[in-house]
Design a protein. Sequence first.
Length: 404
Amino acid sequence: MNFSSLQFFKKYPNVLVICTGVFISMIGFGMIFPLFPLYAQLFGATPAQIGMIASMFALTRTGLATFFGALSDRYGRKRFIVLGFFFYAVVMSAFAFAQSVAHLFIFRAFQGIASAMVWPSAQAVIADSVEPKDRGRAMSYFSAAWQVSMIVSPAFGGVLAQLYGYRIPFLIAGAVMIPITIMVQLYVSETIKSTVSVLTVHEPFLQRLNTSTREIRESIYFLTLIGLMLATFVATFGINLINPLLPLYAETKVHAAITDITLAYTFMGITGTVVRIYAGSLSDRIGRRPLILLGNAWAGVFTFPMVIIRTPLEMMGVLSIRSMGWAFSDPATQALLSDIVDENKRGKIFGLYTTVAGIAMILGPSVGGAVYELYGGEFSFAVCGVLSLAASAILFAMIKEPSE
């Protein structure tokens, strides 16, 4: 971390605390992520059941993200982040005491609820806390925090499981959430000043949770918002056609060993993290739109070489270069969403954005598995590339930023 970063965090302490919390929490999540299928097998779960258990997280997170985001606009961001991290602590620890496959289904669904509480509110706090000229940089730190943790944590979880059994990583993942909860409660400043109590508001409950569709539709940035949501759905659907099957494709296409596959993920994480940090600052200087367009087009173009790769080294190189595209676009996309939405609606909009991406993440693997079986991995990657370029075309036609 250089002097410039220290000055940035000194100016915006909320960003430092939230990013630290995200980093530590994702270390806990990353420890258990690769172990979960093996842990579920200990209870006799079939491959189909393991897939369904995994989908429970996406279902509850997708279904509730907009709901909790809207609540954070009304009642304050901080309380939902604190509650969500505490709920994470309970649920992560509960996995260690599971006795059946049914317990795994229930705990995974609760984990998605905790995620829906935390992430829209955390993104909104970051956006609320910084000046517009620094928003891209702040979002790059936010996205880099979880990506860095996912580079180092899977191996750590694997070592713990090998030495002490599968239950210990879940207990540690739950335990690390407690200091995060306390840290957020003590050091994050609430960014919504006009919060109200659920107990003292007298207007009807459904009216309090109204999504202000008319206000959003009448915004001068309505087309930009719709363009971002539509492009996100198309691109995320394309990515998830093939990503869950990437290890299988690598094994059959280029005879990659498990070490080759894990190294590919590591290199993608490192490349993506480095590019994200600089891309966010760059979007503050030259604008959000150029980097959003560049990133999506870049990811689309560099998906097609995956069709013709022949060696594990080629696979690692192509995937690393491809990951740079999303690293260019992600911080700029989140910053643009913040720029065009009123402060008191950011939680709701980030929740809606999470919901749109979540629906694509649910549908993509289901369709992708069938496409892979019928036409092969090369066709799946080609479709993914086409959809990424289609998302780029949508963005080019529909988005603009306040400077325009």
